[in-house]
Design a protein. Structure first.
Length: 111
């Protein structure tokens, strides 16, 4: 008797969870990629989709199954961001934009 059970998901859930940090990330990533694959398929009839085509050769017909296969093959991934770092970067960009605007205004005033 085999310890593995037949599942609807190929690759299995355990293998997929090794590729991400949580099951919530897996669901979000797979759903987003599935929508991209659907958009790609719909765009083909119009002379080319604007989305990225499937990244793996698959016998699956369903976009969600293809997304799971891409995640398992490390063809798609995700990136976490630090909210504090993002806020710091945005504040620096705003300060730089304000400094640039002030310098531009000073140049205009000199003319």
């Amino acid at each position: 008797m085999s310890d593995e059970q037949d599942t609807m998901i190929t690759p299995g859930l355990e293998a997929l969870l090794e590729k991400v940090d949580s099951k919530f990330t897996l669901v979000t990533l797979a759903a987003k990629r599935s929508r991209q694959l659907i958009s790609y398929d719909l765009g083909l009839g119009e002379g080319g989709g604007s989305e990225i085509p499937p990244q793996v050769t698959s016998t699956a017909r369903k976009p969600l199954s293809m997304a799971f296969e891409e995640i398992h093959a490390d063809k798609i991934g995700y990136e976490r961001f630090d909210p504090e770092e993002r806020a710091r970067d945005e504040a620096e960009a705003l300060a730089q934009a304000e400094a640039d605007a002030a310098a531009l205004q000073a140049v205009r005033n000199e003319e």
